[in-house]
Design a protein around this ligand. Structure first.
Ligand code: ATP
Length: 236
């Protein structure tokens, strides 16, 4: 049984059909990417998946119908979004931002273990645990957003453009971290404009254009597709 199933899902903003009849699946342990240009509907699809936008069609998570579950219920079940703007609390410390990720857990010992695990994965966050989140670099902020999401013990992380605004070297580091989530048993649905980095990291890719999936397949074959290369991969 797939972890996440999206079947014939559509989302509209009034008369604008931003996502049209999209179907995709994420299997357990997989990294699945949705690539596509500006305005293709990537963010809209992610927001619908975690329940922040109303959608039509069918979505299931671990076999359960998502339409009945609130955003909170979805988080509780292990479906967690890292939003494009990262939504950190700028005037709170790194540590307090991380602790907020664990607000659904009450046991102090568990929270401390999670915190230590996140610090182990992101040593730079440990070094800076007292620093205000607003003073972090772009890459560090993305790490904090990822770390905070991991504090919820997710089964599926939905990442909206983690490479946005970051320098190439930092992008590589972030994607390396995303790939390493497999070891934690965390599956990933990764939305990206940076098609090359996303396809290098993912197992499976879907191409979204003006709200519709126009192509899909193994990431390793999509990255060699001439049409995609010309459109999104800078022809290299
Ligand atoms: P980007 O990579 O630029 O973030 P995207 O693929 O995430 O783009 P969306 O943000 O999902 O695209 O937008 C899809 C379409 O829906 C666009 O045409 C956008 O203008 C439109 N749209 C997004 N949000 C709203 C809204 N709140 N009201 C009306 N239209 C919207």
């Amino acid at each position: 049984m797939p972890l996440l199933t999206i079947e014939d899902v559509s989302v509209s903003y009034g008369k604008v059909d931003a996502v049209r009849s999209v179907s995709l699946q994420v299997e357990e342990g997989q990294i699945v990417t949705v690539i596509g240009p500006n305005g293709a509907g990537k963010t809209t699809l992610m927001l619908a998946t975690i329940g922040l936008l109303r959608s039509f069609g069918r979505m299931t998570f671990m076999g359960e119908d998502l339409s009945r579950l609130s955003v909170e219920d979805r988080i509780e079940k292990g479906l967690c979004l890292v939003p494009e703007k990262r939504e950190l609390f700028a005037e709170m410390s790194v540590r307090d931002n991380l602790l907020l990720g664990a607000y659904t857990r009450y046991n102090r010992a568990t929270i401390n273990n999670e915190l230590e695990a996140v610090y182990e994965r992101f040593p730079r966050l440990k070094q800076r645990h007292k620093q205000d989140a607003g003073t972090l670099s772009g890459g560090e902020r993305q790490m904090l957003a990822l770390g905070r999401a991991l504090m919820t013990k997710p089964k599926l992380l939905v990442l909206d453009e983690p490479s946005l605004g970051l320098a190439p070297l930092i992008v590589r580091e972030i994607f390396h971290t995303v790939a390493s989530l497999r070891e934690l048993g965390v599956s990933v649905l990764l939305v990206e404009q940076n098609a090359r980095a996303a396809l290098e990291t993912a197992d499976v890719g879907y191409v979204l254009e003006t709200g519709e999936i126009v192509q899909s397949g193994e990431a390793s074959s999509l990255i060699h597709d001439p049409r995609l290369m010309a459109a999104y991969l800078g022809g290299h």
